[in-house]
Design a binder for this molecule. Structure first.
Ligand code: NAD
Ligand code: MG
Length: 385
């Protein structure tokens, strides 16, 4: 039996992970599940999977969680400290699927127990890549990619000589507004930005896909995961979302990973690694798909994308600044305070500001937190001014 914990169990990735675990009940023992405000779902899953512990990130919901778990013998916890406790419970495999930089501290706590961390939470790698990787190395922990593009790269690299890699191509669906006239983009609303043409995901990453902030995060994530030079990373718009990524080698060969747009493939790959097991995903019918299209992303449509290269060239805490500005701008867009195009404009300005006095020394959780905090305040000031 492998002991598994899911941080962010009530979300889109968390639920897909539980779906796979439910199909192999004899192989997995669920240790801890964490969630946010959806106590009904959290308690239901904790009972169903016989978890040892269930934790809500919301300190004010402890009583509600306790009563939902009454009589089950499952320990209930709430708030930041309890999230860390959940991540510290001995487990063989921990899914990091909290959304946003909020996943960083629990992710670090998981790595400190020397476990395998399946990383869906790209924001923690963008904001604090060097810290996350150093923590993993220090404790003998392993990080496996869950983002579909990064799982694809990881799979394409299996058995290959890393020194022979020339470039990596990440694909992007183009998001909700791929075919919208450019002139409309200033006025698109939260509802339509929250609908993805191919993937069924949480609201925040879906809007980030429409703006391409998600792809900007993924470019930085790829640099950190695979130790690439920024010049080695390319992005192509690929509307069919069948090819998730390609790795180009020095002999001119390209290895493409092709699969259905179903996160259970990448999650299942990380769950079963280093083996491949049956997964309940659709088998691609390439004849039915008929064609695979690739185009270069239009910088006028996706101004957020180029910021990734600015962040990578700046290095240090630039990722923490970028991620915090992006998260805050997204909060404001979702709340209806700013328009869709204002997100990239504001993040670009907050990044320029933040880089001026970014901390230069060693990266610690404290320096990342501070950058995150200061940047959010800066972004709020930019909106008022
Ligand atoms: P989601 O919004 O569906 O779920 C997020 C989870 O995090 C929920 O369990 C929620 O309760 C919890 N959470 C939210 N705020 C929290 C906080 N402040 N503290 C602790 N927990 C909190 O998100 P998702 O779509 O499942 O995405 C999760 C992560 O996986 C993100 O980093 C996302 O970028 C990444 N990812 C998602 C997909 C996808 O298909 N959904 C694909 C690739 C990568
Ligand atoms: Mg992705």
């Amino acid at each position: 039996m492998r002991r598994v914990t899911i941080l962010g169990a009530t979300g889109s990735i968390g639920q897909s992970t539980l779906d796979l675990i439910a199909r192999a009940p004899d192989e997995f023992q669920v240790v801890a599940l964490t969630g946010g405000r959806n106590i009904v779902q959290l308690a239901k899953d904790a009972r169903r999977f016989g978890a040892e512990m269930a934790v809500t990130a919301c300190a004010d919901l402890l009583d509600e969680l306790r009563s939902a778990l009454a009589g089950s013998g499952i320990a209930a916890g709430a708030g930041a400290g309890a999230l860390i406790e959940a991540a510290q419970r001995p487990a063989d495999w921990i899914m990091s699927a909290i959304v946003g930089v909020a996943g960083l501290t629990p992710g670090l706590a998981a790595l400190e127990q020397g476990t395998t961390l399946a990383l869906a939470n790209k924001e923690s790698l963008v904001a604090a890549g060097p810290l996350l990787l150093a923590t993993a190395a220090r404790h003998g922990a392993r990080i496996l990619p869950v983002d579909s593009e990064h799982s694809a790269i990881f799979q394409a690299l299996t058995g290959e000589d890393r020194a022979a890699v020339e470039r990596v191509i990440i694909t992007a669906s183009g998001g909700a507004f791929r075919d919208r006239p450019l002139g409309d983009l200033a006025h698109v609303g939260v509802g339509e930005a929250s609908t993805h043409p191919n993937w069924d995901m949480g609201q925040r990453i879906t809007i980030d896909s429409a703006s391409m902030f998600n792809k900007a995060l993924e470019v930085i994530e790829a640099k950190e995961f695979f130790d690439l030079d920024p010049s080695q990373i390319e992005v192509l718009v690929h509307p069919q979302s069948s090819v998730h990524a390609l790795v180009g080698f020095r002999d001119g060969g390209l290895m493409a990973h092709v699969g259905p747009p179903d996160m259970r493939h990448a999650i299942g790959y990380a769950l079963n690694w280093p083996h491949r097991r049956d997964l309940p995903v659709a088998r691609l019918d390439l004849a039915a798909i008929g064609r695979l299209d690739f185009t270069a992303p239009d910088p006028a449509r996706y101004p957020a994308l180029k910021l990734a290269w600015q962040v990578m060239e700046a290095g240090g805490h630039a990722g923490a600044i970028f991620n915090a500005a992006k998260e805050r701008a997204l909060d404001h867009f979702i709340a209806g305070r700013i328009g869709f195009l204002q997100m990239s404009a504001l993040v670009a300005r907050a990044l320029d500001h933040g880089l001026v006095d970014a901390p230069g020394g060693e990266m610690t959780l404290e320096t990342v937190r501070r950058c995150d905090h200061v940047t959010r305040q800066q972004l709020d000031r930019l909106i008022v001014s």
